[in-house]
Design a binder for this molecule. Structure first.
Ligand code: DLL
Length: 437
């Protein structure tokens, strides 16, 4: 029988044993944190001078939250908790919005991360017989290299092609019979839109699965990927501050992402009051890493909005699941006073079969008013020179959007392949108003 778990003992342990393990690991993390100037002062201020000052898991609430700005302030070495000669790797966030955040890992930290990515891959149904084409960027970004080691550890044949070079992606997929790909969801859609142009059809490939993550995407996008390629797509969530991919991963049940609780302590809080909220309600995800010594991070405000899915998953894994990321606290658009999440727009348009694989949201200022423009590609067979057909479609999109977001955007329809595409994470929103509107 195929073993459905990578580490049955940890993945299916009872909740009480899990809590004991979490406390043990939290104490280790706090011990490491106390070695950094940043946390030493912070923890001292709240009466934590040693790990033993934490008596139970709820004591974590005494610890102040950590923000991205805190990590930036600690750049470059302020959060290194291990001796420099024990640190073997660093990763950094892209830094497009200022000073990057840096994460260090010892060999032990990397081994624990690899174990977790292996677990994630197995949970999504990957097996050593699979051929794994890794289309995520390798480098300081954690997406490529992170899953690479897990995939090797599982024993898959790994094709470390990285992102971009679409023509070569197709060639490799065909020649080596790739069965699993790892990519951003927007790249999967782009790949499909280029298949015909490069002279391939689905029958050239043996693809079974796509692991997609690193950027927000709706259930509708997942379904689109699955239908276009005739495969299963699994959602993968992570962030560089928490190592990278494999913080939470969908299992074969596709009923939410298991957040690996033996490795991360999660809280979901009201983004304004910062109080914990009940399961099922949407709030900001706050994470503490339990498996890293070189850069301990406690109660990190991810800015990602999600909810804890109540109940157990039928796969038998004990780690609770989080819902698809609904957006970020900082990506909400305020359009003439109305709050709009880009994910709401995506859900509406991607439900419509006429819509193609790429879209973009542009916000402009016109006089004192904001103008919301939804630019979307339509399917090749749909795009028509008949203005009446296009007008009808445009009107239907506007009506559907108004029903969801309460305001009427301008909708622009484009031919496939016209809107810009990124190699890494998709840029879905272009806010030209300056400031945050
Ligand atoms: O994107 C790590 C990663 C790589 C995850 C590959 C999954 C696959 P960062 O570049 O630090 O790390 O970006 C982290 O991306 O806070 C979310 O806002 C967003 N994000 C990541 N995965 C998902 C997802 C990697 N599945 C930030 N759904 C996070 C929605 C996601 N948003």
């Amino acid at each position: 029988m195929i073993d459905l778990y990578h580490d049955r003992e940890v993945e299916t342990m009872d909740r009480e044993a899990l809590r004991a393990l979490q406390l043990l690991r939290l104490k280790k993390t706090v011990s490491s944190a106390l070695k950094t100037p940043f946390y030493k002062n912070r923890l001292k201020d709240v009466g934590i001078k040693s790990a033993e000052d934490l008596k139970n898991l709820t004591d974590i609430k005494k610890i102040p939250f950590t923000t991205k700005d805190d990590l930036r302030e600690a750049y470059p070495f302020g959060l290194m908790a291990s001796d420099r000669d024990e640190v073997v790797r660093m990763h950094a966030s892209s830094g497009t919005t200022g000073t990057p955040t840096v994460i260090y890992q010892t060999q032990g930290d990397l081994d624990r991360w690899t174990d977790l990515t292996t677990r994630s891959l197995v949970s999504a149904g990957c097996r050593k017989e699979d051929i794994f084409q890794n289309m995520m960027t390798y480098g300081l970004f954690t997406g490529g290299i992170g899953l690479h080691y897990g995939a090797e550890n599982l024993g898959m044949l790994v094709i470390p092609v990285s992102s971009g070079n679409t023509k070569r992606q197709f060639q490799l997929m065909k020649d080596f019979g790739t069965t699993v790909v790892h990519a951003t969801p927007s790249y999967m859609l782009y790949l499909h839109s280029k298949m015909e142009e490069y002279g391939y059809t689905l029958s050239d490939f043996r693809l079974k699965k796509a692991l997609v993550g690193a950027e927000p995407h709706s259930e509708e996008i997942r379904e689109k990927i699955e239908t276009l390629f005739g495969i299963d797509a699994y959602n993968s969530y992570g962030l560089s501050e928490m190592n990278g991919p494999s913080v939470a991963f969908e299992c074969e049940k596709k009923a939410g992402m298991h957040l690996w609780e033996d490795s991360y302590l999660m809280e979901v809080v009201d983004e304004n009051t910062l109080e914990e909220i009940p399961d099922g309600e949407t709030g900001e995800l706050v994470l503490s890493i339990l498996i890293r010594t070189a850069t301990p991070i406690l109660r990190y405000r991810t800015r990602d909005l999600t909810s804890i899915i109540p109940g157990k998953c039928s796969c038998g894994r004990i780690s609770r699941r989080i819902s698809r990321i609904k957006g970020r606290t900082d990506d909400m658009l305020i359009i003439n006073g109305v709050n709009v999440f880009p994910s709401q727009i995506e859900e509406v348009i991607m439900k419509m079969p006429e819509i193609g694989t790429n879209y973009r949201i542009v916000v402009k200022k016109e006089g004192i008013l904001d103008r919301l423009i939804v630019q979307t590609e339509v399917g090749a067979s749909i795009f028509s020179d008949d203005a009446r057909d296009m007008n009808k479609l445009q009107k239907r999109i506007i009506d559907n959007l108004r029903a969801s977001i309460t305001i009427s955007p301008t909708v622009e329809l484009h031919e496939p392949g016209v809107l810009p595409v990124q190699e890494g994470k998709a840029i879905r929103v272009v806010d030209e108003r300056g400031g945050n509107g």
